[in-house]
Design a protein around this ligand. Structure first.
Ligand SMILES: NC(=O)c1ccc[n+]([C@@H]2O[C@H](COP(=O)([O-])OP(=O)(O)OC[C@H]3O[C@@H](n4cnc5c(N)ncnc54)[C@H](O)[C@@H]3O)[C@@H](O)[C@H]2O)c1
Ligand SMILES: Nc1nc(=O)c(N)c(NC[C@H](O)[C@H](O)[C@H](O)COP(=O)(O)O)[nH]1
Length: 249
């Protein structure tokens, strides 16, 4: 797959997004028993090679890729698009971490690679940007910034979360036109339960789910209630997996 899969171009309208109206995509990979990770949050490889490559194409068409701090701690991901042909010189997405209390581990791979591979900056690595509560002590903010990350302070909601409804405004202030929210379970859940942006318009534009033909059993996911109805826009078979693109109704 040396080109972006056509079904993404046709059904994921990120190219027309603007900073004043950023496109929000929620995406995850799940098992047939609706799990996204194993016991204790252990990472499970659900996607086959074809759908994993598709995920990296999706990363490349969004300005930013966002995860919750637990996923950062548990998976220590790279959040790059390094499965794509390097000859295409596609810019990597901007990593954003939702981290209300600024627990960000300074040993994390995204920061370590930013600090140790300056020749890769702008080609495959971007500075990690951490979105945290405006009540985090200044010393802690300075400590994390001194290690090389950018810290963005925002007002938290009553649950101590970054309010999902305010994410588009945060993206606009950062000059980002689109975001791919890749998990984990709690972040996906709060975004699916929050239907509107602060301006009253729809919050989530696209939901892209990879369904892998396997069972995880004990694990993370599959217990949420009160989720909104989805409308299927497109389903694509990718290797062993099915990839569904939906809209929130
Ligand atoms: N299969 C997949 O596609 C996939 C993708 C990503 C993560 N995962 C898995 O998900 C698991 C982690 O999920 P999780 O639920 O423990 O953590 P998470 O990654 O969803 O992070 C949750 C934390 O984010 C913070 N947060 C800030 N704003 C928030 C908001 N609006 N809503 C919710 N949380 C907010 C809170 O501090 C919260 O504790 C890991 O096991 C990881 O492997 C799977
Ligand atoms: N599409 C997808 N298929 C999977 O089978 C799986 N386990 C994830 N999980 C997503 C989660 O965000 C991981 O943390 C990153 O996928 C880590 O991968 P990278 O180091 O960034 O390539 N995502």
């Amino acid at each position: 797959m040396s080109q972006i899969p056509q079904f993404l171009v046709d059904n994921l309208p990120t190219a027309s997004a603007t900073t004043s109206r950023p496109h929000v995509t929620l995406t995850w990979a799940q098992s047939l028993d609706s799990k996204i990770a194993g016991p204790g949050g252990q990472r499970v490889i659900l996607s086959g090679p074809e759908s994993m490559l598709m995920t990296h194409w999706m990363r490349s068409v969004h300005d930013a890729i966002l995860i919750g701090v637990n996923t950062l701690i548990l998976d220590n991901p790279r959040l790059q698009a390094n499965l794509l042909p390097s000859s295409l010189n596609l810019p990597p997405p901007q990593p954003l971490i939702l981290d209300p209390k600024l627990r960000f581990p300074i040993t994390s791979r995204i920061l370590n690679e930013w600090n140790t591979k300056p020749d890769q900056r702008g080609k495959t690595i971007r500075q990690p940007w951490i979105i945290c509560g405006n009540d985090v002590p200044t010393e802690r903010v300075r400590e994390v910034e001194a290690e090389g990350a950018r810290v963005v302070l925002v007002k938290l909601d009553a649950r101590g979360h970054i309010p999902p409804s305010s994410l588009p405004t945060i993206l606009e202030s950062l000059g980002l036109r689109s975001v791919m929210i890749e998990g984990g379970s709690r972040v996906l859940s709060t975004f699916l339960h929050s239907l509107k942006r602060d301006d009253g318009s729809r919050l989530v534009d696209s939901v892209v789910v990879t369904v892998a033909p396997m069972f995880i059993g004990e694990g993370i996911g599959g217990e949420d209630v009160g989720l909104p109805a989805l409308k299927t826009i497109h389903t694509e078979k990718m290797g062993k997996d099915a990839v569904m693109i939906c809209e929130v109704e």
